[in-house]
Design a protein around this ligand. Structure first.
Ligand code: PEP
Length: 253
């Protein structure tokens, strides 16, 4: 089955409410013109309500960057899946390397969040990827495999491949300007797809989308997107400016 490309913006901890409103107004026509490309924007919690309201009934998928897997209770500082749905989110990033490295999120935590997002009807964009040391020492695949297996062990056996998205993001390429070569991106994403085939069969693996993230920019997106197993980009820095993000969406067409 042909996989629909996706271009996803991750604002990280950036933008005021006013800036989010300006971005929403500018990104809607770009998404409307995007043809066969899904456009998603992962915004801070403080902007989510307004961003989702402005982009409701448009092709823009409003998403959050994190949540906690319990639904309510004594979890100071956290927000839950029902809360995200309540303000209009349709997708959520899970296990971004900044969550894993700075906030110590384990594979188990990422797996629980993925299960909860799926059960709640949010599309999880599950991130995986290795550090430079892991790549250089040959431990890259063990790390990625463990990250993916933990998630797939936790979710239902008959998971619909259209309800989940993966993102391969080598940590050494995130925010550094140091992009993985298109061949390295293909190699890692091809291996992830191979593992998913082993775990869930050809139908699932052939249909599930796997994005590349790590210093994607308008100058390198075409080559990355031309790789067989790469279904789109998860973009931080180069997506903060809506015109630059629009160029990435154009390139993904
Ligand atoms: C990201 O935030 O997931 C990311 C890949 O960031 P950047 O594009 O800035 O490397």
């Amino acid at each position: 089955m042909a996989r629909k490309p996706m271009m996803a913006a991750n604002w990280k901890m950036n933008k005021t409410l006013r800036e989010a409103e300006d971005y929403a107004a500018a990104v809607i026509p770009k998404a409307e013109d995007a043809g066969g490309v899904d456009v998603a924007v992962f915004v801070p919690f403080t902007c989510l309500n307004e961003f989702a309201r402005m982009t409701a009934d448009t092709p823009v998928i409003a998403g959050a960057q994190n949540f906690y897997f319990e639904d309510s209770g004594a979890y100071t500082g956290e927000v839950s899946a029902p809360m995200l749905l309540d303000v209009g989110a349709r997708a959520v990033l899970i296990g971004h390397s900044e969550r894993r490295e700075i906030f110590f999120e384990s594979d188990e935590m990422v797996a629980k969040k993925t299960k909860r997002a799926l059960d709640a009807g949010l599309i999880p964009v599950v991130c995986c990827g290795e550090t430079k040391e892991e790549r250089d020492s040959g431990g890259m695949w063990d790390k990625i495999q463990a990250q993916i297996k933990a998630v797939m062990d936790a979710v239902d056996g008959d998971l619909d491949p259209e309800k989940i998205i993966f993102a391969y993001e080598p940590i050494w390429a995130i925010g550094t300007g140091d992009t993985a070569s298109p061949e390295d991106a293909q190699d890692a994403i091809g291996q992830v797809r191979g593992l998913l085939e082993e775990l869930r069969g050809e139908g699932f693996a052939g249909s599930v989308r796997i994005l590349y993230g790590g210093s994607v920019k308008p100058e390198n997106i075409a080559e990355i997107m031309s790789q067989r197993d790469v279904d789109g980009g998860l973009v931080g820095g180069a997506a903060l400016d809506v015109e630059s993000f629009g160029e990435l969406v154009e390139a993904a067409k």
